[in-house]
Design a protein around this ligand. Structure first.
Ligand code: ZN
Ligand code: ZN
Ligand code: FE
Length: 763
């Protein structure tokens, strides 16, 4: 550890214990404290603790106070200080200031920072430091790649993909100088010693950065498509205002309907196209630079997001992005994942040149390897809080701290938007977003990431937790590990995931709404109300079971579920309803589905909230056929044009029935009531259902804590309104923020359930 000699002695020195709480680990915090101690002539030490760092500081009292002021003002961008406290202690003598190694070795190991967007100081250096003028990989202790380049620990340069780059003398000096911003910044490099970009055109390869940027600019202005190597993988770019280019990208990527993410030049450009409140601005300009879903003000090319009133937006986060936008005359570029259809994004240069050339007119690579693949993360703001719905770049592998021993547990996650979770001490380490475990490539990514996480975090799983569903590839993977296993109900895991975020370990009212998940009775669940704790749950009530004609096929064809609801309510009479939805359907197909229901052929029963939304999206003819996952509920939500206070009735007995709801929707349709209003009234109905059940549950049990989770709570209208409504009625409401409420957060829930059950069996 670094030692710093005390410069002067002072008899009026005091000794203070300073506690800094918050997120201060793995972000260069201790070197930062060390530099400050040097500045203020203090001795003592700094040490990591579970919830922050503790500093022993000996020096003049006014210097210690200035030191504390600087900690608050100058803290590394990726840290997040929640409190700093000072306590005067009995005098102690030290002749230096030291960084003390953590006593808890397992703790040390989890200090792997996520990747950090380039910081302002580096952007200034990029225009000022002679050896880093326009250096497209500029970074410092406060910014730059981390997780994406780390192969093993301890986090030293030779254990990263920066290893092949030998530092020049200037960089080496900065790296070794305690007082330099780049002291021990592992990826430090410059124009003389760092990685370089290459632009591959069909006819030639360009190596010179200025020429590369000017060529990329010309290509983008020309409406061309370019594959660009990002921090965690390749991305595909084109001019976001050029409809022909965006349409061509859609066709080539075979991507119908699903919105593209867009990178804007800066906040000013962003504000011309979207509405941005304070919390949203804070999130989108944060060092994590997520894709933030924002309300559209002005249209980009119409094919960016067809039929949605929101855009997935982000701001530059790599030095190259800034250099490019300096040259571009356009405010925004589409920046979507560099993959063919649903496979994991490409990270390898050769593979990009082989496969992405099918889409892109040019491929931009650089010669530093990406080791850990990360997609851009996605979030939105509701009720002033950031809600992550895809947790990857700049979020992973930041652990979730728990009050529970989860050591030695591996949670395999679910099937869709999978992410797995490893327990280490009291920390849950969620993997980056892996994807839908439906193709070989994604399963390989899963398997490889599991091995890497195990090594990186020195984890030795002894207990494996998986979903009850026997056919999930994650379940099979879990069983193949031949360790002790625990199976967990899907919706219980959703609630436990949210509870884990808040450290809840007691009985709560759990509302778990999503598309699908296997229930105890063999039916498909998804509109569930529980009284549960971390170990167990009791199903309080649920949405009525409905037959899903064709099973899984209903997720792609919401019209089937629409028919199922109509048939249940009206019998064959529904055929005479004469609404646009029914008029446009193929009669033979409808007859086929009706017979399947009547004869109960391949019609599994489901209480899914997702399918209810599907049915309404179909019956209103907003989205009878779904071209991407959850399109129908998304379009139904997007159909809401303004706030509507009316709602439909519903029936609440043993279970919750939407028969009357659908009946009235059909009435509204017959009367020509606009679908925007119908959608709003339907959403309000669901909100009322949650509220009614929660109120009754509170009355019966005295439990006041309501936990909401599951993919349905990505619905911003539902989430914002139900959260506010419940809070207004005095409920303590818990909703997911750091971890996705969709199946990407399931593994965290599985992990804590596993831990709790293990604890119980030991008692
Ligand atoms: Zn920096
Ligand atoms: Zn250098
Ligand atoms: Fe789910």
């Amino acid at each position: 550890m670094n030692k710093l000699k005390r410069l002067s002695e002072n008899f009026r020195d005091i000794t203070a214990n300073i506690r800094v709480k918050g997120l201060v680990q793995g972000v260069g915090f201790r070197p930062f404290i060390y530099r400050l101690a040097y500045r203020y002539n203090l001795t003592g030490w700094v040490e990591n603790r579970n919830d922050g760092v503790v500093i022993k500081a000996i020096g003049q009292e006014n210097k210690i106070d200035e030191f504390i002021g600087s900690i608050k003002r100058e803290a590394p961008v990726a840290s997040n200080i929640s409190s700093v406290s000072k306590e005067i202690k009995e005098h102690e003598e030290f002749n230096e200031f030291r960084i003390i190694k953590s006593k808890n070795a397992s703790k040390e190991i989890t200090d792997i920072s996520p990747d950090i967007a380039v910081c302002d100081a580096c952007l200034k250096d990029m225009k000022a430091q002679p050896h880093r003028i326009d250096y497209p990989f500029i970074n410092c202790t406060n910014c730059g790649p981390r997780f994406s380049i780390i192969k093993d620990l301890p986090y030293d340069r030779e254990k990263t993909t920066m290893a092949p780059f030998i530092m020049c003398d200037t960089c080496q000096k900065e790296y070794e100088d305690v007082l330099d911003r780049r002291f021990h910044a592992q990826p430090v490099a410059c124009n003389y010693c760092g990685p370089i970009y290459k632009l591959h055109l069909k006819s030639k390869t360009i190596n010179h950065l200025n020429e590369i940027i000017l060529t990329v600019k010309d290509l983008l202005h020309d409406g061309k498509i370019i594959a660009v190597k990002g921090i965690g993988g390749f991305q595909i770019a084109c001019d976001a205002q050029n409809q022909a280019a965006v349409k061509r990208l859609r066709d080539l990527k075979n991507r119908e309907g699903k919105p593209f993410a867009v990178m804007f030049k800066n906040v000013e450009a962003l504000k011309e196209f979207v509405f941005l409140n304070e919390a949203e601005q804070r999130s989108i300009t944060s060092w994590r630079r997520p894709i933030l879903i924002l309300k559209e003000k002005q249209k980009l090319a119409s094919d960016v997001s067809v039929g949605f009133n929101t855009i997935g937006t982000m701001l530059p986060y790599m030095p190259f992005h800034y250099l490019l936008f300096e040259q571009l005359n356009i405010p925004a570029i589409v920046l979507t994942s560099g993959n063919i259809s649903e496979e994991p994004i490409v990270i390898d240069n050769d593979e990009a040149l082989k496969t992405l050339t099918r889409i892109a007119d040019a491929v931009l690579t650089y010669n530093r390897d990406i080791y850990n693949r990360t997609d851009d993360s996605v979030a939105f703001i509701i009720n002033n809080r950031e809600r992550v719905i895809r947790r990857s770049r700049s979020y992973s592998p930041e652990p979730v701290n728990l009050n529970l021993n989860v050591d030695g547990i591996f949670a395999a996650g679910a099937e869709l938007v999978n992410s797995f979770c490893l327990g280490k001490g009291n920390q849950a380490i969620l993997s980056q977003h892996i994807g839908d475990l439906k193709n070989l490539e994604t399963l390989e990514f899963y398997t490889e990431s599991y091995k890497r996480f195990k090594k990186l975090f020195r984890a030795k799983p002894e207990l494996v937790v998986h979903d009850m569903h026997p056919d999930y590839l994650s379940t099979n993977f879990a069983k193949d590990l031949k360790l002790e296993t625990i199976e967990v109900q899907h919706h219980h895991a959703h609630i436990a995931s949210c509870m884990a975020e808040y450290g809840l370990d007691e009985k709560v009212i759990g509302v778990s709404f999503d598309g699908t998940g296997l229930g105890d009775d063999g039916n498909i669940w998804g509109g569930e109300f529980f009284i549960c704790d971390l170990a167990d749950y009791k199903r309080l009530t649920h949405f009525d079971y409905m037959p899903l004609p064709g099973g899984d096929q209903t997720t792609k064809e919401p019209w089937r579920t629409g028919i199922s609801y109509l048939y249940k309510i009206f019998g064959r009479e529904f055929l005479n309803l004469n609404t646009p939805f029914l008029k446009e359907l193929d009669h033979d197909k409808v007859e086929f589905i009706v017979q399947a229901i009547e004869k109960n052929i391949n019609c599994p029963l489901s209480s899914s909230a997702g399918r209810l939304f599907d049915a309404v999206a179909a019956i209103t003819n907003i989205c009878p056929v779904s071209k991407f996952h959850a399109e129908a509920p998304m379009r139904l939500e997007a159909a809401i044009k303004s706030n509507e206070s009316y709602a439909y009735p519903f029936d609440f007995g043993e279970t919750i029935s939407f028969e009357t709801t659908i009946r009235e929707i059909v009435e509204d349709l017959k009367e020509g009531f606009p679908v925007s209003g119908i959608s709003a009234k339907f959403h309000n109905t669901v909100i009322n259902v949650i509220f009614a059940v929660a109120s009754l549950a509170r009355k019966e049990t005295g439990i006041n804590k309501v936990v909401l989770s599951g993919g349905t709570f990505q619905n911003r209208y539902i989430l914002s309104n139900i959260e506010s409504k419940l809070i207004l009625e005095g409920f303590e409401v818990f909703t997911q923020t750091k971890v996705p409420s969709n199946d990407g957060g399931i593994a965290l829930g599985q992990l804590v359930i596993g831990a709790k059950r293990r604890e119980k069996t030991k008692d």
